[in-house]
Design a protein around this ligand. Structure first.
Ligand SMILES: [Zn+2]
Length: 279
């Protein structure tokens, strides 16, 4: 069974070819933010040409997806994606059935089945990269999408009322305070550079813990897995984060605070795309 997995993000996009549950090809490129969907589809066509044919395809998209309608709803980071029929267009390129979900839901599935979330249910997965997204995997292994497939959008919880304006139009969103895109714009350095500075990390984890505390209070997950580029910082980030989370947590709560980095690193979404395609 040959599965094409696609992970479309605001900073980079990745494609992989899987033979059953084995990754046999992978390619990652930088996203041209001004290119829009047509540019992206040309890139995909070029990369997959030597990999064809495919039996099925799974797509994780870096923005809200209308899951029942199987359409991209929008992207707050890149233009031209509003209500875009990406599934149909990819189907046209691959001649194979395709399924799409947002990248946080895909990443959650990937980590739940193949990564750091194995055996931990319910699982909360958070992607901490260009933006911030969340995915919830329930006890039966299904993704909780909510009434309108908009659940898990932890990136737009308000953590700093009256704070700086977010791309969504609100102020002081978790994503606005903590995601890679804004860290770079606010501080003029990449998230990777910033996270090497211990005093920066001590301030950063205050906001990060505030967002995660909401997830713990609301969901009491068995584990929280954090994926996306920023999670690659490892213990330099996770040790102070766990400390700060313990400090902020409501005293009487006995909810566990098991927060770990994604095991599949940059490939959580690709593995999740395979899981999506096999349903
Ligand atoms: Zn927002």
């Amino acid at each position: 069974m040959k599965t094409l997995a696609i992970d479309i993000g605001g900073t980079k996009f990745s494609l992989a070819l899987f033979e059953d549950a084995r990754m046999i090809r992978r390619e990652s490129r930088t996203t041209d933010r001004d290119g829009g969907p047509d540019w992206m589809l040309r890139q995909i066509a070029e990369i997959i040409a030597p990999w064809a044919p495919f039996d099925r395809c799974g797509i994780g998209f870096g923005g809200p997806v209308d899951y029942p309608r199987q359409r991209v709803a929008l992207s707050t980071h890149v233009g031209g994606w509003n209500d875009f029929p990406l599934v149909e267009r990819v189907r046209g390129l691959t001649q194979a059935p395709a399924v799409i979900d947002n990248d946080a839901n895909a990443g959650a599935l990937g980590e739940a089945i193949y990564g750091a979330g194995r055996g931990h249910r319910p699982l909360f997965y958070m992607t901490l990269s260009t933006g911030i997204g969340g995915g919830i995997v329930l006890d039966d292994g299904s993704v909780y999408r909510g009434a309108d497939s908009w659940a898990g959008e932890i990136g737009h919880l308000t953590i700093r009322p009256g704070g700086p304006e977010c791309l969504c139009g609100a102020r002081g969103c978790f994503e606005r305070m903590c995601c890679g895109l804004w860290l770079e714009r606010d501080h003029g350095k990449s998230a990777k550079e910033l996270l090497q500075d211990v005093s920066f990390v001590d301030r950063y984890v205050i906001d990060l813990a505030m967002g995660l505390k909401s997830a713990i209070m609301l969901l009491n997950p068995a584990r929280i897995v954090i994926g996306g580029g920023i999670a690659n910082a490892g213990d330099a980030l996770f040790a102070p984060l766990r400390r700060e989370l313990r400090r902020q947590m409501t005293q009487w709560s006995q909810a566990r605070m098991d927060v770990v980095p994604a095991e599949l690193k940059d490939d959580s979404v690709l593995w999740g795309a395979v899981a999506l395609a096999s349903v």
